[in-house]
Structures are given as C-alpha cells and as structure tokens.
Design a protein around this ligand. Structure first.
Ligand code: KG4
Ligand code: ZN
Length: 335
C-alpha cells in the first residue's frame, strides 16, 4: 500500500509517497523559509499563495522521484490541522481533488500526530508502547503519553511560548535571522557548556513548560540591561542549554512516572543537536528520534500517520473541513 502524504500547514509545501507506513519512496519539501525571512516570521497570506504555486510542482516531483503514477497510490493523507487556515485549505483542496479523481480514500491527519509518526519512518526499531512523545515545534511543546497507535493522553504543554517559537524570537533579538532554531543550533555547536547559566522555569503542573520568561531575560541581557552583554554565541548557547534542560528533565520525569518503554522525540525542535544528544544520553529507555530532515515539517510523516489511520478505518468524507486549532491527546478533537 502506497500512501501519498500532503502537508501545507505552515511554510513548507510538502508531498511524499510512503510504502506500508515506513518506507519513503519520495519526500519533496519546498520550503518558503527564504520568502518569509525578510519579514522575520511566517506571513499567513504569503504562505497560502506560495502553497498554491508550489503544490503541483511538488506533487509532480514526488511522483517522478518515486517512479510512480497516481495509479500506484492507494490513499491520500492530508494535514487538516493544526496550522494556518489559508495554508491548510490549499493542501486539503488539492488532496480532495486527487482523491475524488480516482475514488481514493481521503485520510485526515493531525499534524502533531504526523510528527509522532515520523518516528516510524525508515527501518530502525519501532517505538515500544507505552511511549512518551515530546512534540516540540514552532507552535507546540507537548508531552504526550502514547499507549498504542492513535491513543494519546496529553500530560503537559507550554504555558506560553512553544519551544520553537522561543528559539525564533531569541534568534531575532540576537539578529540571527529566521528560522531561529537552526541558527542558534549552528552558533552554539561545538562550544563548551555556556559559562552563563540562565534559569529553568518551574511550574506547578509537573509536565508543563514556560519559555517566555527566559526569552525576556535573554532580551534584557542582550540589550545590556544587566551589565556588559556576553558575546552572541555565549548568550545563544546559554539560552539553548536552558531550553534543552527543561525539555529533557520534564520528558524523563514523565517517562519515569508512566513507566514508558520508549521516548519519541519529534517536531522541528527535535532537529536540535544538543536536545538529541542530551535526551539520548540521559534517558534510561530507548529514544526514537527521526533524522533531522524528518523532524521538521514534511509529507512523509503525514503519509506514515495516514497509513495507521487507514488501518484503523479512519477515512474522511469529501466534505471534510480544516481544524486550525486541533490539539493532540486530552481535549483533542477527532475527525
Ligand atoms: O515542526 P516544524 O517544522 O513546524 C511547525 O510545526 O511549527 O517546527 C519549526 C520550528 C521552528 O521554530 C524552528 O526554529 C525550529 O522548529 N527548529 C529548530 C531546529 N530546526 C528547526 N529549533 C532548534 N534547533 C534546530 N536545529
Ligand atoms: Zn510541524
């Protein structure tokens, strides 16, 4: 069974073909990062219009790279939320047209669940259940207990900024451009531990995060409001260490409390070098982390997730709508 995955929730136009939920036949990601860099962040209307231009070429390329035709595709999986409304609509309409043209099943996918299923791509060991998934992206920082395929309970979330959002905002303060995560990662790479130690926020809810206080503190230091500012790389590294430490400590706590047999580290921020290394080093259970290119938004993860949803018999009608505010676990809305 080959599933086509379509992802347009934010600023990547992505189309992929995945066999049996694991084997990537092609994974085309057309990034808009450069387009949005001049604005210092993603501009929703600009994103939707670029998706319109990029989706057909991405689809053509995905078929060509996989040496497939539409006749080889068994189902169409598409991100329906969370994300930017106008951006989601482009992908969903495209997926509907394809599904309608060949009477193929249309499978709605929750973008956050897609990030989790990136951990199933490739031929490495599959995550064992129960698993704790740390989903860290530009819009979310969720700690989720996964007890089986499609079974989630959200244990924690961010009280304010998402981890990726904090990386992007701090990078802007330090003049490092957009997106900020990779820039801070690069600038801090290979440095010894930062001499400057920034605080880690502690919250009442044991698995929740808060990053906005840290961001404000970095801003104050960078502006020289706390004395002579350290060099940019030192400040970036100290910020990264603080975020990574909070994420790792909280995830390990959740894994221990829930007797997790594995940890899934996913979402754009999971591409971070220090986060990957620290969690792997400190975790007593196996950590399954997709390759960095599969942590950031892509169509393969949507196809992988769609395959599992299809096995569970969860397909959508052609009247399917987007759900921009969709969450995962807890109060998550099912399609
Ligand atoms: O999952 P994703 O591609 O899109 C959303 O669903 O939001 O995540 C994008 C986020 C951005 O905030 C970006 O700065 C961050 O992931 N990111 C990173 C790294 N690569 C991407 N953050 C830290 N280190 C990285 N290497
Ligand atoms: Zn994402």
């Amino acid at each position: 069974m080959i599933v086509l995955g379509v992802e347009t929730s934010c600023d990547e136009t992505a189309v992929a073909l995945v066999q049996e939920g694991r084997r990537i036949l092609s994974n085309v990601v057309s990034s808009q990062a450069e387009l949005h860099a001049r604005y210092g962040g993603v501009v929703p209307e600009v994103a939707s219009r670029r998706h319109l231009e990029a989706i057909i070429p991405a689809w053509d390329e995905a078929l060509e790279r996989a040496a497939c035709t539409l006749g080889d595709v068994g189902a169409i999986a598409v991100t329906c939320g969370p994300g930017l409304s106008g951006a989601l609509l482009v992908g969903l309409n495209f997926a509907k047209a394809l599904a309608y043209s060949r009477s193929l099943p249309l499978v709605p996918v929750n973008h956050l669940e897609g990030h989790v299923y990136a951990a199933w791509l490739g031929d490495g060991p599959e995550p064992a259940f129960p698993a704790i998934a740390l989903i860290v992206s530009g819009g979310h920082s969720d700690v989720v207990l996964m007890t089986g395929h499609g079974r989630y309970r959200r244990l924690g979330e961010t009280a304010d900024d998402a981890a990726g959002e904090a990386f992007d905002k701090v990078a802007r303060v330090l003049g490092l451009g957009f997106p900020g995560g990779p820039a801070i990662d690069r600038l801090s790479a290979g440095r010894p531990a930062a001499r400057l130690r920034l605080p880690r926020a502690r919250l009442e809810q044991p698995y929740d995060f808060s990053f906005s206080g840290l961001k404000t503190r970095v801003q104050r230091i960078a502006r020289g409001e706390e004395g002579n500012p350290p060099d940019k790389a030192e400040l970036a590294a100290a910020f990264q260490e603080s975020v990574v430490d909070s994420l790792v400590v909280t995830t390990l706590q959740a894994a221990g409390d829930h007797e997790a047999r594995s940890i899934i580290l996913c979402g754009g921020v999971a591409a971070n070098t220090l986060l990957r290394a620290s969690l792997a080093e400190r975790s007593p259970v196996p950590v399954v982390t997709p390759a960095p290119a599969l942590c950031t938004d892509n169509g393969a993860m949507i196809a992988a997730c769609g395959y599992q949803r299809l096995l569970a018999g969860e397909t959508g009608a052609l009247s399917l709508d987007i759900d921009p505010g969709l969450r995962i676990g807890g109060d998550a809305v099912a399609f």
